[in-house]
Design a protein around this ligand. Structure first.
Ligand code: 5RP
Length: 217
C-alpha cells in the first residue's frame, strides 16, 4: 500500500467516531483531506464543522458542509486531525502544514481528539520530525536564539506565512523525552504563538494504518 492509500484507509477508520455528531472539528493536512472527502457522503447528517485552516475551510465548503466559527458553538464533541509524529502516550508533533495554532485551539475545545496517521508517523520518542514553532514575525530571531539554548537547531520555514499572519521555525535535532515540560517551556518564550507539541492535551484516540490493519491506542 502506498503512503497515500494508508492515509485514506485511516481517514475512513475515523468515520465511526463522528456518527451522530452534528458539529465536527476538522484538522488540516493530506490525511484530513481524505477524511473530508469521506464526509461528503454524510453531508445530510452534519450540521456543520469548525475548521482549523483556510485550506480546510475551502474544502469543507466545496463539498457543501457549513463552516461554523468556534465562538458560535458551545465546544465540540469530536475533533479529527492528523499528526507528523505520535508516541504511545498519544502525544503528537503537529504543524507540518502550518496550522498548529488553530489546531491546538480546536483540540483544546473538543471533548475527544481523534488522531489519524499512517504507520510512518508512529514513534517511541518525539523529535525526529522537526518541531514547528509559530512565532510573531518581529520575535523570530530572538525566539530562535532561545530555542538554540534548549538544544535545538531552528530553521526559518521559507515562504510560509500562517493563517494568523505569523511565521514558523522548524526545530531540528530535539530528542523530546519530556514532551509536557518542553511544551510548557517553549510556550513561555515571549514571541511564541504556539509550539507544535500536543502533549498537555494529547489525543484521546490514535488510529494508525499499518499495512491492512488499523491499530488503535
Ligand atoms: C498540519 C498538521 C498535519 O496534521 C500534519 O502535518 C500531518 O499532515 P499529513 O496528514 O499531510 O501527513 O499538523 O498543521
Amino acid at each position: 500500500m502506498t503512503q497515500d492509500e494508508l492515509k485514506q484507509k485511516v481517514a475512513e477508520a475515523a468515520l465511526p467516531y463522528i456518527k451522530d455528531v452534528p458539529i465536527i472539528g476538522v484538522g488540516t493536512g493530506s490525511t484530513v483531506t481524505h477524511f473530508i472527502n469521506f464526509l461528503a457522503d454524510f453531508r445530510a447528517d452534519i450540521e456543520g464543522a469548525v475548521s482549523s485552516s483556510i485550506k480546510t475551510t475551502e474544502h469543507l465548503k466545496k463539498i457543501g458542509i457549513p463552516v461554523l466559527e468556534l465562538n458560535d458553538v458551545n465546544g465540540l464533541d469530536v475533533y479529527v486531525d492528523g499528526a507528523d509524529e505520535v508516541n504511545p502516550r498519544r502525544q503528537c508533533i503537529k504543524g507540518g502544514g502550518a496550522a498548529l495554532t488553530r489546531e491546538k485551539i480546536i483540540a483544546a475545545a473538543s471533548k475527544k481528539f481523534v488522531c489519524i496517521a499512517d504507520e510512518s508517523k508512529a514513534v517511541d520518542v518525539l523529535g525526529k520530525f522537526p518541531l514547528p514553532v509559530e512565532v510573531i514575525p518581529m520575535a523570530r530571531s530572538y525566539v530562535a536564539r532561545e530555542l538554540v539554548k534548549l538544544g535545538g537547531q531552528p530553521i526559518w520555514r521559507q515562504n510560509c506565512i500562517t493563517d494568523n499572519s505569523c511565521e514558523i521555525l522548524d526545530v531540528h535535532n530535539l530528542s523530546i523525552v519530556d514532551p509536557v515540560a518542553l511544551e510548557i517551556l517553549i510556550n513561555a518564550i515571549p514571541g511564541v504563538v504556539t509550539v507544535g507539541l500536543f502533549a498537555q492535551r494529547a489525543a484521546d484516540v490514535v488510529l494508525i494504518s499499518k499495512g491492512n490493519d488499523i491499530v488503535t491506542y
